[in-house]
Design a protein around this ligand. Sequence first.
Ligand SMILES: [Zn+2]
Length: 376
Amino acid sequence: MHWIGGGLTIDIRRRRLEWSVQPARFRRRLRQTRLAAEGVRLRRVTALAVFLATVSATTAFTGDGARPDRLDDASSQLTARDDNDPALPATPLTIRPAGPQTEIAALAAPQQRATPAPRPQPRIVRPAVDRSNFGQPTWRRYAVAAPPDDGRPLIAIVFDDVGVNRRQAERVIQLPGPMTMSLMSYARDLPNLARKARAAGHELMLHIPMEPHDHRKDPGPNALLTKLDDAELRGRIDWALDRFSGYVGVNNHMGSRFTEDRHGMSIVMQAVARRGLLFLDSKTSGESVAHSTAIQHGVPAASRQVFLDHDAGPGAVRAALTELERIATKNGQAIGIAHPHNATVDVVRAWLTTLEQRGFRLAPISTVVARNYDLG
Ligand SMILES: [Zn+2]
């Protein structure tokens, strides 16, 4: 029933009661406010008509006319923060819902003469979560299945900066999984890329640019900078977190300066904790407080041990992988960060072919973190 969008019209001369359709814009406004009941407008009201209108409108709101589905949708958006819903704002920051007061003011004027219809009853807001994973934090919900735990040391390879170069991203996707792919927040077409990577069996992370010490290096659009105020930082973080869904956590792109700033990292961790994500400290600074700040905020965290292609030559990448194996043997696990350069992808592909024979197990980042927290 679409009675709410209509106005009640009583034409005394013709002695009949009729509904008339209001302009679309007005109907849209009515749906956006819980004061939809005030949208009933009477023309040529008589004492008898007032009585009839009240009876009719009551019927409308005790039936299915209160549009609870539409209102539920709006409420779900407000409660879906921990679900990584891809809100995908076209432009970053400062997207705020229209205040109800504004809507009330806009609607109040033309209805001075109307008899208010009964207000809709308060509704129960449904949580916007996947019920099959009810109770699971986001990082567990989107985790790739853990490999069998047979005591072998675990090695996680995280490819950073994915998505900036689409062709390189495709080459990483074609690697045997599970790789962990950290998609750059400002890359284009991320939902599609994310779907494709997950379909290929890889785990996803979100790569957020942060301020480096070297001012000649540009971290990229919407980077987190120490000079920004808290509101701006929160806006940039939320913008990045809303770019796509299905990722287990966040790690920093660059950020040698920002990750040393405990206040800034606290703001990051508040958002990461609220969304149920994990944090991987890329360790671009030896003074990084990212890991300890994560722990303070209850965020499951890990740190990168080896950059695999700091020197991007194939020989250097092979040596870095050997170092990663050494750490994994010693600690039971190790995390290496790579970049989607052609040479790195080629060396990693070859290295993977004999990894299990050498006694190691490739794992997604979530498995390594879960084991750290005795969840795995
Ligand atoms: Zn990066």
